[in-house]
Design a protein around this ligand. Structure first.
Ligand SMILES: NC(=O)c1ccc[n+]([C@@H]2O[C@H](COP(=O)([O-])OP(=O)(O)OC[C@H]3O[C@@H](n4cnc5c(N)ncnc54)[C@H](OP(=O)(O)O)[C@@H]3O)[C@@H](O)[C@H]2O)c1
Length: 207
């Protein structure tokens, strides 16, 4: 009899869980699924009734209220449902709504998987500091707060990252040498390919 039912289960168990609950679900309830690679249509079809379904792609920083969630409404969704879902996920971070469900694959690859990519970057910058003699704990703190600060600069100023980068890069300075090594290592292409490859994988798993 609840207004909202959140399906926070693995995609493989979706069909079974829905078949267990579908008899007690009615059209005036809202189903929100956070399962990756599982379309609203798949869930609607499993339910076999005109049940409002919203597909959500949250990420793990929701644990500390810094989540990024993208919502995609199914066929039987109205504005009131979207507002309810925005309130729920808005309590643990930022929320966006999209209507083109095919974009959920790249969203999964970008903000869903993104924390994992970022942890690799944090580990590596930390090891750079470590290699040059910084204590590990300090190196890790400097790295994480620097990423957080830079991310907030982008979100809060709305400026292009290239302009923000230029502001710390002085002629014949220190930063430009670091940037040159990053470019030499192909960091841009590597990150672009990571998102592309993970998007392809999400598409492969989708149903
Ligand atoms: N991890 C992420 O960053 C992330 C981001 C976005 C979306 N997702 C999606 O979130 C979903 C859950 O991921 P997770 O990492 O939280 O997985 P998880 O830790 O394995 O959690 C799965 C949950 O489903 C429950 N469950 C399993 N079978 C069930 C059944 N037959 N009936 C009712 N409940 C059942 C489990 O309960 P018990 O513990 O009692 O077995 C558990 O609480 C996945 O579909 C994933 O694609 C994850």
């Amino acid at each position: 009899g609840k207004d909202v039912i959140i399906l926070a289960i693995k995609p493989q168990t979706m069909k079974k869980v829905i078949s267990d609950i579908k008899d007690v679900i009615s059209e005036r309830q809202l189903i929100i699924s956070i399962a990756a690679a599982t379309s609203t249509q798949f869930i609607e079809d499993c339910l076999g009734k005109n049940i409002p379904v919203i597909r959500a792609m949250p990420n793990t920083p929701a644990l500390i209220n810094e989540g990024m969630t993208v919502l995609c409404p199914g066929r039987y969704i109205d504005k009131r449902h979207i507002k309810m879902a925005m309130d729920i996920f808005g309590a643990v971070g930022l929320v966006e709504v999209i209507y083109r469900e095919e974009l959920m694959d790249v969203i999964t690859a970008l903000s869903g998987s993104g924390p994992a990519y970022t942890y690799i970057i944090i580990e590596s910058l930390t090891e750079g500091g470590l290699r040059m003699g910084l204590p590990r704990e300090l190196a890790q703190k400097l790295t994480a707060q620097t990423l957080l600060g830079a991310a907030k600069m982008v979100l809060e100023t709305g400026m292009h990252p290239a302009l923000l980068k230029d502001a710390v890069t002085t002629p014949a300075g220190v930063t430009v040498d670091g940037l040159m090594e990053l470019e030499d290592g192909g960091i841009r292409v590597t990150l672009i390919k990571a998102v592309s490859r993970a998007t392809e994988k999400s598409k492969e798993l989708s149903r």
